[in-house]
Design a protein around this ligand. Structure first.
Ligand SMILES: [Fe+2]
Length: 372
């Protein structure tokens, strides 16, 4: 609980100094728009429309009343009461919940990533909440000792979010087959990539469950694409700008599906922060651009590709039977080393979870923990 220790205001801006030393500035129209008396008591949904807000209403007097801030407006018919705790939670501040890891080669996945046993997931709520928070801040986390029967992945990930159905089905098998409609279904090594950038929306989180491991090869590779993108921004801002502004067409075609989508390889928020990386050289369709634009794009694309090949960004791990990895498919690139399918089988099963449903699970657990 935060209490305000200092309050000041101008006609249009309320400034609060909170008990933890942080400061919040709140614009008058924002305060009117978020006044709790204009929310539905049951759903919490807003009952006013911005078009009806009186922009000429100014702050007349402000004072602390217990755990609330009381605002008298210049128009005295509608004074407001807002909780200090709520204002503290909703003050403007840089969103920095991302834990970037650009030191993939230094990381020991067994020690440096979040792990939870299958039996503890959703049973030990405190540990599950920690695991999920690390999943969304680090982009990757692991579950151990998931039963190694086919389909077990679906019940293992059900408490994390909503599995999405695609042309590959609700789950897909990653193993070498004679006639592969996707290179993933061979024993070739696969360079770092994100899955399905040709799909709209792009799968949010991906889960892979190891049923059979190769004793040689078939190591999984992971890299934090957002960290590599930030490295590119620092070292080659021109390439970074090109990759954030060039719409790249992706295409996938099989007997049962014809999928197309267009998006930049590095996607930014309105604030300029990296919020998605889409990188899959197997499914980039021909770019239909002027040669000068192509020249700029290929220079930047190759620069990014060379960075992704650098071992220092890559975390290696050979998944053991029963291991299940979950990662943000719009952030963490994954790949694998080659293996000899003629000698021994390697079999993973995978599925995709919608991104917002995983964040929703995290938020609900956080909410439950706050009320405990
Ligand atoms: Fe993949």
């Amino acid at each position: 609980m935060s209490t305000a220790c200092a309050v000041r205001h101008t006609p249009t801006v309320l400034t609060l100094q909170f008990g933890d030393g942080s400061t919040g500035e709140f614009l008058s129209v924002w305060l009117m728009d978020n006044d709790p008396q204009h929310r539905d008591a049951f759903s919490g949904q807003r009952l006013v429309d911005v078009a009806d807000l009186p922009l000429d209403r100014t702050l007349h007097a402000v004072r602390v009343d217990g755990t609330d801030i009381l605002i008298e407006w210049s128009d005295p018919i509608a004074n407001s009461r807002l909780s200090i705790e709520w204002l503290h939670q909703h003050r403007a501040r840089p969103a920095s919940d991302v834990h970037y890891w650009s030191d993939g080669a230094q990381r020991d996945a067994l020690k440096d990533c979040a792990w939870l046993s299958h039996s503890a997931y959703a049973q030990d709520i405190a540990q599950t909440a920690i695991w999920l928070r690390r999943l969304v801040t680090e982009g990757i986390a692991f579950i151990s000792a998931v039963p190694t029967h086919e389909g077990a992945i679906l019940s293992a990930v059900a408490p994390m979010g909503h599995v999405i159905d695609t042309n590959y089905g609700r789950l897909f098998d990653v193993r070498a087959v004679a006639v592969a409609e996707n290179l993933a279904y061979t024993d070739r090594g696969l360079g770092l990539h994100t899955d399905n950038p040709y799909r709209d929306p792009v799968p949010g989180f991906q889960a892979l469950h190891c049923l059979l491991a190769a004793s040689e090869g078939g190591d999984s590779l992971f890299a934090d694409g957002w960290a590599v993108a930030e490295y590119l921004r620092t070292t080659d801002p021109e390439s970074f700008a090109t990759l954030t502004t060039t719409a790249v067409p992706f295409h996938y075609r099989s007997a049962a599906a014809e999928l197309r989508a267009e998006r930049p390889l590095i996607q930014l928020t309105a604030h300029g922060a990296v919020c998605a990386v889409h990188y899959n050289n197997r499914s980039i369709a021909p770019l239909q651009l002027a040669t000068s634009e192509l020249q700029r794009f290929y220079r930047a694309y190759q620069r990014f590709a060379l960075l992704l090949r650098e071992p220092r960004f890559q975390m290696h791990l050979r998944l053991r039977p029963g291991d299940l990895v979950v990662f943000d498919n719009q952030r963490i690139l994954h790949g694998r080393t080659a293996f000899a399918s003629m000698r021994e089988a390697r079999h993973l099963q995978g599925c995709y979870l919608s991104r917002d449903s995983v964040f929703s699970t995290v938020a609900i657990l956080n909410r439950q923990q706050r009320t405990v």
